[in-house]
Design a protein around this ligand. Structure first.
Ligand code: S3P
Length: 452
């Protein structure tokens, strides 16, 4: 599907589960690929980004078998044959597609191997800053050339070598940079330390622990002793809260709605979206919670309520950075002002998400002021349908499809194939939600991710 045509809905009573977590699926492909035996990864996200990472691992010798597949998308249950920490030289450049996470984490892994490799990506990824991983890796002795037209950008030519441990203080709070350095640190002799300026998502540390790799936490510093090899085990990926966020906002903003989202990851470094929506007045309950393979997960019940604007706290920003486009939509649907600042990182995501959000919100009649590091949205103005670009950015496409559910008239989002980057099947869920609105009957949204 290359565009979404969206109409307003009047009710939303449904139950759904979202595909597997993107951050964890990338890490599972890498960590299982390094493990000392076979690992079955369940509920793997069959999105373009994660499949590129899986195939990147295959390019360095990791074999895998698909045990289950989501038709039309790709593997959801995979048996990965870990290489006991020893990878093979790739025979050609490795395609990371659209994925900053894939490229940055792989850069750490590959910088420490005794071979040359090259990572490249699409136009968007080729314009995103890679200096943020090249700098710490160079401090460890790595030799990486950024060969892109834009300075400091991909393709990356990696001349692998033995690295030295380091203590690195990140200038920006980035889980990708932290994970890159920790993955490189696995191959060093001695202790590598990453100091975070603020808490970032901790999936790497948790997955390391699940696979028997010890890290130590001291305040915002993470220490890792090199030479550890992940111990093979199976891993189940919870649903992606960043994908659930679109439906959390839709249900929260629609009075009288009730939505149940099953088996979603509830790692506290990712749940600020729930805190923010609750602050705006949303009624969100965690109805079941459990923990599996080191990651908290549960079922969320969301009931619609009148929303009011809020201010995003600086410490929350890394926790909800990927949700800001859809939070901006919630803000436009709320009464009063919402202030989002300290979020300059949005400018170096798949698109400049400050500009793309501001453009699209304005095209629907939203009132928004743009800042270098964020935006201020004055909600409560009725949104009208419009024809909009996704700019090739999956989260922009999905956030504005949600806005379309609340607009007068029809909304068209163009160029929406990009949603496969993180949420294959989003279009199907969107159609199901819209059908329910005209049907008036409760509609069971198909559970598109089958896992056993
Ligand atoms: C990710 C970390 C975040 C996030 C990205 C996934 C990860 O980026 O925006 O979608 O999996 O580590 P930064 O760590 O660069 O902020």
């Amino acid at each position: 599907m290359n565009s979404f045509n969206v109409k307003a809905i009047k009710s939303l009573h449904a139950e759904l589960s979202v595909p597997g977590d993107k951050s964890m699926s990338h890490r599972a492909a890498m960590i299982a690929g390094l493990a000392d035996g076979e690992c079955v990864v369940r509920n793997f996200l069959p999105s373009e980004d994660c499949l590129n990472t899986l195939n990147a691992m295959a390019a360095v010798g990791v074999q895998y078998e698909v045990l289950e597949e989501l038709q039309g998308f790709g593997p959801t249950v995979i048996r990965i044959h870990g290489r006991n920490g020893k990878l093979q030289a790739p025979t050609k450049p490795i395609d990371c597609g659209n994925s900053g996470t894939g490229m940055r984490l792989l850069a750490g892994l590959l910088a420490a191997q005794p071979f040359e490799s090259e990572l490249f990506g699409d136009e968007s990824l080729s314009s995103r800053p890679m200096g943020r991983v090249i700098t710490p890796l160079a401090q460890m002795g790595a030799n990486i050339e950024a060969m892109g037209e834009k300075p400091g950008c991909a393709p990356l030519r990696i001349h692998g070598k033995t690295l030295q441990p380091t203590s690195y203080t990140m200038p920006v709070a980035s889980a990708q940079v932290k994970s890159c350095v920790l993955l490189a640190g696995l191959f060093c002799e001695g202790v590598t330390t990453v100091n975070q300026p603020a808490e970032t998502r901790d999936h790497t540390e948790r997955m390391f622990e699940a696979f028997g790799v010890v890290t130590e936490r001291e305040g915002q510093a993470i220490h890792l002793r090199g030479g550890q090899i992940p111990q093979a085990r199976d891993f189940r990926v919870p649903g992606d809260i960043s994908s659930a966020a679109f439906w959390i906002v839709a249900a929260s903003a629609l009075q009288g709605s009730r939505l149940l989202i099953r088996n979603v990851g509830l790692n506290p470094t990712r749940t600020a979206i729930i805190d923010v929506m609750r602050r705006m007045g949303a009624k969100i309950t965690v109805v079941v919670s459990s923990s599996q393979d080191g990651e908290p997960m549960g079922d969320l019940e969301i009931c619609g309520a009148p929303l009011t604007g809020t201010e995003i706290f600086p410490v929350e920003v890394p926790n909800l950075i990927d949700e800001i486009p859809v939070i901006a939509v919630a803000a436009a649907l709320a009464q009063g002002k919402t202030i989002i600042r300290n979020a300059k990182e949005l400018r170096v995501k798949e698109t400049d998400r400050i500009t793309t959000v501001v453009n699209n919100l304005r095209s629907m009649g939203g009132e928004v002021e743009e800042f270098e590091d964020g935006m201020e949205i004055t909600g409560g103005h009725p949104l009208h349908g419009a024809v909009m670009q996704s700019y090739g950015d999956h989260r922009i496409a999905m956030a504005f499809a949600i806005a379309g559910l609340f607009a007068n008239g029809e909304t068209t989002i163009e160029n929406t194939a990009c949603v496969n980057t993180s949420y294959p099947g989003f279009g199907k869920h969107l159609e199901a939600v819209m059908q329910e609105a005209t049907d008036t009957q409760a509609y069971q949204i198909p559970t598109i991710v089958h896992s056993h």
